[in-house]
Design a protein around this ligand. Structure first.
Ligand code: HEM
Length: 337
């Protein structure tokens, strides 16, 4: 082989290797996105089943790598020995312990998945540094939230920390959504002059939705307070104990419903040719209806345990899809520029 051909061969091989790494990056990005949504759902399940203190220590569970399945595997004074923030823990429950343990395992898996993502992002470092730095930011947010997760246990489930934990999870989703569109690119051929207007309205709606999420977490903090102080109170009486924050949260849904349906209708009409915008708009509308229905079921049908994590997951889907829609519209502007 002549030296010229050798050079071309080496160049092609190097190109193929970078390309293969980028494909692996795209796959791992989708895996991380699905993993984070699943982790949020499992986190919601931990709370709705009251399993948050199922493992009173961290990172081990009752001092063991694989937690006990029966109380006989624990020392007699386990309640005092594993007391948290000077409070003795509740009676051992294998179900609570294993739900919390699975939550932690999933947390560890999330860490590994995002670490792999960060590794593959090196293939973009010179060509598309935004993807590289965005991936490092995702890694940082996962580590920070993992650490915060340990504080949730150490502070005996302090409500403020749980809320912060959730806000960080939403920020992580935004970063991942952004990376998705930086990586895949979006085909957009429309020259609609109203894009900027819709984008501004969507930003306003996203901020309102984020506020609604924060309001929801305040309602949830009140519920936590009620269940901590009156553990034997029937679920049907929880609603009566909530204050004005719940009524603001409930009424705010109506404002969101009107705002979101207004802008989605306009988008669906004006971007008939764009399958992605049609798909996103339809998904957001369905998620919003399901979310409001879940809220009504929670409040007026005695807080069914399975609906609590669902209400949380749908809220995260809502802000995530709204953000994705904004990114898609912004991409068009970038491409036009
Ligand atoms: C756009 C609409 C809505 C959004 C985005 C939303 C979002 C949220 C979020 C994020 C939480 C905190 C969940 C958690 O931390 O586990 C929450 C809690 C709650 N929301 Fe909503 N919500 C909406 C509509 C409604 C409606 C219409 C109702 C009732 C009529 C409602 C009733 C509740 C109740 C009772 C809680 C406390 C649930 C618990 O303790 O698990 N929500 N909401």
């Amino acid at each position: 082989m002549s030296s010229k051909f050798k050079l071309v061969y080496i160049f092609n091989k190097a190109f193929e290797m970078v390309n293969a790494k980028q494909q692996k990056y795209q796959k791992s990005l989708m895996i991380v996105l699905v993993t984070v949504f699943a982790l949020i759902a499992i986190g919601g399940l931990v709370r709705s089943t009251g399993s948050g203190m199922g493992c009173p220590d961290w990172p081990k569970c009752f001092g063991q790598l694989i937690p006990p399945t029966d109380i006989s595997q624990l020392p007699a004074d386990y309640k005092e020995r594993y007391a948290v923030a000077n409070r003795t823990i509740a009676d051992f429950s294998a179900v609570h312990t294993w739900i919390e343990y699975i939550n932690r395992l999933f947390g560890v898996w999330t860490g590994i998945a995002v670490l792999i993502l960060s590794y593959f992002s090196f293939s973009y470092k010179s060509e598309k540094p935004n993807i590289f730095w965005g991936s490092q930011l995702a890694l940082f947010l996962v580590i920070l939230n993992g650490w915060l997760g340990s504080k949730v246990v150490a502070t005996h489930l302090s409500p403020g920390i749980i809320t912060l934990h959730m806000v960080l999870a939403i920020l992580l989703i935004f970063v991942l959504q952004h990376l998705k569109h930086l990586t895949y690119g979006v085909e957009f051929i429309s020259n609609n002059p109203n894009v900027k207007k819709y984008k501004n309205i969507l930003w306003l709606i996203l901020i309102m939705s984020f506020l609604q999420v924060v309001l929801g977490t305040q309602v949830r903090e009140q519920i936590d307070h009620i269940t901590n102080n009156e553990p034997n109170l029937a679920k049907s009486n929880w609603l009566g104990r909530l204050d004005y924050v719940f009524y603001i949260h409930r009424s705010f849904s109506a404002a969101l419903l009107i705002g979101i349906f207004y802008v989605l209708r306009k988008l669906v009409e004006e971007f008939k040719e764009n399958a992605l915008i049609q798909k996103l708009s339809m998904s957001i509308a369905l998620i919003l209806i399901a979310e409001i229905a879940a809220g009504v079921i929670l409040a007026y049908f005695s807080f069914p345990a399975i609906v609590q994590p669902l209400h949380l997951l749908l809220a995260v889907f809502l802000v995530s899809y709204l953000y994705e829609l904004i990114v898609v519209l912004s991409k068009r502007e970038l491409e036009k520029a």
